[in-house]
Design a protein around this ligand. Sequence first.
Ligand SMILES: Cc1ncc(COP(=O)(O)O)c(C=O)c1O
Ligand SMILES: [Zn+2]
Length: 525
Amino acid sequence: MSSHFIVVCLDCNHKAPYTATSINCAKCGGEWRETIYDYETLKQTLPLQLQGRAFDLWRYRELLPVRTPIPELTLGEGGTPLIRAVNLGMMLGCPHIYIKDERQGPTASFKDRQAAVTIAALKEAGVTEAVIASTGNVAISYSAYAARAGIKLWAFITSLVPPVKMREVALYGTQVVKVTGNYDQAKQVAAEFARQRALYVDRGVRSITTVDSMKTIAFEIAEQLTALLGPPNSPNNKNHPPRSPWRAPDWYIQSVSGGLGPVGVLKGFDELQALDLVNRSPALANIQTHGCAPMVHAWKKNMAVAKPVRTPRTHISTLATGDPGRTYTLLRERMLARGGGTFESVTDDEAFRAMHIVAKMEGLSIEPATAVAFAGMINMVRSGQIKSDEIVVINCTGHTVPVEQEVIGDDWARDAEHPVDDISEEVSVPEDGLLAALNRVSADRYPRVVIVDDHQHVRRLIRRILQAQGNYTLFEAEDGKSAITLIQQESPDLVIVDLMLPEMAGFSVLDAFSADPNTATYLLL
Ligand SMILES: Cc1ncc(COP(=O)(O)O)c(C=O)c1O
Ligand SMILES: [Zn+2]
């Protein structure tokens, strides 16, 4: 079927038609490709097509990699408001701060754009089962759209993701696989699982649909800013860009984990320029947490390749991508070639303070990962990096589930009879690893446990840790086959399995276990 776009390989420039499930360039095998649309034709047709269309993500369907959007799949994605931060602006002396309120997406994060476009493309391609790795929000968004589309989803989530988020994923019917390890490891396990079963796996920036979905943030911002402020002025001065019908902000600010958002938004502004709709790209401010800031370190040292952070040290697990890989290199290269910008980091405490400020001043309850961007913006205004007359758009990326407990703890109310002066702001750092995971297991919830590992000493270690913690009935198996028999015989409440068992046995154990809807899945690497 002919299409309104093609994909081009970023390594060898080979151009080819798009297939949702093909992941490599046919010529060089490269995995990094992006879409090209017919901008010359769209220059003429798009402005007319936009007239009278609803303000949602599919408004820009001619620039999305889905041939025929399926109305039954939509949940009202995109078209989020652009809200002027009047009070925050006053506090900071910046009258033109605008909040792109992505909390108002169907599952309350900007990842809804990615899920809506990807699931639509997969449905169009006849895909029935898919795999993702996530720090929480991606899994929630994909789960909602996959449920609607009747696509079976496997979500590999690090065990540090707050349980409230995991439960929401499970509620949609997704197979949840908790991975005791960091996010980069969860991605590896998910990719390996998908490879062995020949399933589609979301590959972040390398997936065509994900980047293109995020372009719609740029399209909407440009249209909304123009509605609020009019088209940009055009002083007759050759240092100024030419006049354009739509307006780009001076800054686009976002908290960043893998970097998908800014890569997509930058591509969006590129396309708007190719269509003569805006006259420049904004400067990007990508904000990370101090405890996991590989991109910030590389940027500050003017390095094109980021050194991975092996052990992220932050409470904000949503942003814990330790190894940004080529995404950083690409993003840096493009920022330098376009509107410039910066990578900055903030502490967890600064983010938590920003959460209070944004809620109390603007009436927006945001999650910690989003607060990271606000904290970054506050620092940048204070340091003079952002000037008072500049137009700033900040992506209010999400508030998927109540997470205030994680941030303000249980001491948020004062007791009238026994007043407490000091409300502690300390939150204990979540630990990772086998021991930490086992410490979270309780004999009340999981009295009967099957331990599957091919090493006897590992099984013995797990047995000893559990026995020290409570009264368990424990069973052991040393390979996948005997584990499955044992699970069928004993119906355990919990299975602790070494995913890296030989011959992919770990995954088959998982299947046998998750076939029974009454049991929870618990996995250890
Ligand atoms: C709320 C929120 N903000 C920011 C990010 C960072 O997104 P990106 O993948 O664009 O780096 C995420 C990623 O999951 C997120 O959920
Ligand atoms: Zn190629």
